[in-house]
Design a protein around this ligand. Structure first.
Ligand SMILES: [Fe+2]
Ligand SMILES: [Fe+2]
Length: 293
């Protein structure tokens, strides 16, 4: 039964209302986001926020020291990391490291667990940075974070109504190779009356995430409908999501074909050869970054 826009809005609103009791954005993440939004914030401000959370500090340093950043020698302090990578990069790593906590909930079906979604989110984030750097787009850090949260709407569904999400996952008819016969986007609409893009966008609004992240969450499967100011970032997230689905054991329940939209291929100058090359590169970067956060 098709739902109206108004009904969909109601579903999303009630889901976000329900989960706000259980899923609050960690206080430390909120404070880091405030710093990201504030162009006058300094390294001292960031240091002051992070130093209250030793577990977060050590996760950040683990990321900074991973082969992903390829820094010479061991970085043992947040201040040093800021000097080496820049304030913006460290802010984004800090948000990423604090978000990992939200992806909890164990295995729901044989083809889906929160941990797998987190791994996919990481792969997409790395793919975003890879694409942006390859194309010289200068969106590296921003797109990394956008990639990390693009499927957060699935976590909203999980916390809102676990059994409905299991139903939607089962309806995809995913085989042992992980390739479903029906996209999760379709089955979510059948079960919830909205898909994870709607839920994710609702959550980003509730958490007052910067607009680019809300756009990446809300339009990653439909990049040509994204607001024009965010279209480049959304194109990168869409393409990275497809690349991340193509790698070994890549998550593709919501994207069975992993085909990059024609217009996005044009914007990012991606032909089949380039896509294969980037998929291979991503595969090895993801392997290197295993358990990074
Ligand atoms: Fe998705
Ligand atoms: Fe995805």
């Amino acid at each position: 039964m098709p739902v109206t826009e108004e009904q969909r809005q109601q579903v999303v609103e009630s889901a976000i209302r329900e989960i706000s009791h259980i899923a609050t954005l960690p206080e430390v993440t909120l404070r880091i986001i405030e710093l990201v939004e504030d162009p006058t914030s300094t390294a001292q401000d960031l240091h002051a926020v992070i130093s209250n959370d030793p577990a977060l500090s050590s996760r950040i340093l683990k990321v900074v020291n991973s082969s992903f950043y390829g820094l010479p020698g061991q970085i043992s302090s947040i201040n040093r990391a800021i000097v080496m990578l820049g304030l913006n990069a460290v802010k984004n790593i800090a948000i990423a490291a604090s978000l990992a906590k939200l992806f909890r909930g164990g295995e729901l079906t044989p083809t889906f667990s929160a941990k797998e979604l987190w791994n996919h989110s990481n792969a997409t984030a790395i793919g975003c940075k890879l694409l942006s750097d390859t194309m010289g787009m200068g969106l590296g850090d921003e797109s990394y974070l956008a990639g990390l949260i693009h499927d957060i709407g699935i976590m909203v569904e999980m916390q809102y109504d676990r059994s409905k999400l299991i139903d939607a996952l089962d309806k995809t008819g995913a085989g042992p190779d992980g390739i479903p016969t029906t996209s999760l986007l379709v089955t979510e609409e059948q079960v919830f009356g909205a898909n994870h893009q709607h839920f994710g966008q609702g959550l980003c609004a509730k958490w007052k995430f910067p607009a680019p992240f809300a756009a990446a969450t809300g339009f990653h499967h439909n990049p040509t409908a994204a607001p024009s100011e965010q279209s480049k970032l959304v194109a990168v997230v869409h393409a990275a999501d497809c690349l991340a689905g193509r790698i070994e054991r890549g998550f593709r329940l919501d994207n069975p074909d992993c085909n990059i939209h024609r217009e996005v291929r044009e914007v990012l100058k991606l032909n089949d050869e380039k896509i294969n090359e980037l998929t291979e590169k991503l595969q090895s970067m993801v392997a290197d970054s295993a358990n990074m956060i």
